[in-house]
Design a protein around this ligand. Structure first.
Ligand code: TXA
Ligand code: MG
Length: 345
């Protein structure tokens, strides 16, 4: 199969209509959202959804998110839409928040991997919402990477992983957020299953109650993952990755320099993922600046693209600086640790 890249510009409505036509014919298509690129199919058609799992090589026990273009479209998909969920939808939709709720009978089992809950989100991206609207059904869409790889934040990343396996990629340029949506379960009590840019603090502000963080967010969970799919390896580039912390920024940088020096003596090429605040420590080393550690959103936006970049440039080892695991920093640490297979020094 030839994979076509179709730029949204200069005629977004024609490009979106073409993608919608493919989806209505039961095919898959990749499209941009504000978080990462998604690989979409008709979420109410099991035969179409099966093609998502096949193209990604995704284990069938990892459930998908259904994307809707307006809040009211959630009603047929869930058996209950509790007041807490309504409040959150009002506050954060359209946007990077996914709600896990009890599913209705029209959601195929393949979408939820047999669970009795379904994950739903109304994306902030206008392109994504226009595509859902033009298709006329909720779009099931995981991130459009090959299973286990960093999520794609540009059309070229999708092509690198799925070329020849999908018919179309709608190219809308770089995704603004760069990390996947926040996933929140509401029953029995609000629990963050995957942190994102709708932060724990923001959720607590709207719900007026504490939001728990699932243990699997910052530690390697042994079979205790919130959904069966979350136990699978994620975001892993082909190089060895370490997340490095320190009492002070200087102590952290020294640790990175010591470890990278040891690897380099062994002939291995090391990359350092630094921040604006620490770049000066790495003079004459191979480092990139992820962003400003006082503005963790900026670091989140570039992490996946930088992982793919370092891998493409032939680095063997990547050292990622840790940041404070609060606000958007929690989402960053979750993805960084997962890409490192939880190797934390
Ligand atoms: O930002 C995003 O959410 C992107 C874009 C494309 O919308 N999508 C995305 O999908 O990241 P995916 O499949 O890569 O991640 C969905 C996550 C998985 O970790 C899955 O285990 C979890 O949501 N999930 C889905 N349904 C669930 C359920 N019923 N219960 C618990 N977790 C669920
Ligand atoms: Mg994914």
């Amino acid at each position: 199969m030839q994979t076509r890249i179709l730029p949204l510009e200069p005629d977004p409505s024609t490009a979106i209509a073409l993608a919608a036509e493919l989806l209505r014919a039961g095919e898959v298509a990749a499209f941009p959202t504000e978080t990462v690129y998604g690989l979409g199919a008709n979420g109410l058609n099991a035969q179409a959804v099966v093609k998502i799992f096949a193209a990604k090589g995704r284990p069938s026990d990892n459930p998908l998110i259904l994307h809707i273009s307006e809040t009211k479209e959630i009603l047929p998909l869930v058996s209950a839409f509790p007041e807490k969920a309504q409040k959150l939808a009002e506050a954060f939709w359209p946007g990077p928040l996914t709600l896990v709720l009890p599913k209705s009978g029209i959601v195929p089992d393949i979408v939820t991997a047999g669970l009795d809950t379904v994950a739903v989100r109304c994306p902030g991206s206008e392109t994504a919402r226009a595509l859902i609207e033009a298709s006329g059904f909720p779009i099931a869409a995981p991130s459009a990477n090959a299973s286990g790889r960093p999520s794609p934040t540009r059309a070229e990343h999708v092509l690198a992983d799925l070329s020849g396996k999908i018919p179309l990629i709608l190219d809308g340029g770089a995704c603004e957020v760069g990390l996947e949506s926040t996933v929140l379960a509401l029953t029995p009590s609000p629990t963050l299953l995957r942190p994102g840019l709708v932060t724990r603090e923001m959720l607590e502000g709207v719900l007026n109650e504490p939001v728990a963080v699932h243990a699997a967010v910052l530690t390697a969970s042994n079979g205790e993952a919130p959904s069966p799919g979350m136990k699978h390896t994620h975001y892993a580039p082909s190089c060895e990755v370490y997340v490095v912390s320190g009492e002070t920024l200087e102590a952290m940088a020294k640790k990175i320099l010591r470890h990278s020096g040891e690897f380099e003596q062994g002939g291995r090429k090391c990359a350092i993922f630094a921040t604006e605040q620490t770049q000066a420590f790495y003079f004459s080393k191979n480092y990139v600046i992820m962003g400003d550690r006082n503005n963790p959103e900026s670091i989140c936006a570039r992490l996946f693209a930088l992982l793919r970049g370092a891998e493409g440039a032939g680095f063997d080892v990547i050292f990622i600086e840790a940041v404070k695991a609060e606000g958007a920093g929690l989402a960053f640490m979750n993805r960084a640790l997962r890409s490192a297979g939880f190797k934390f020094i």
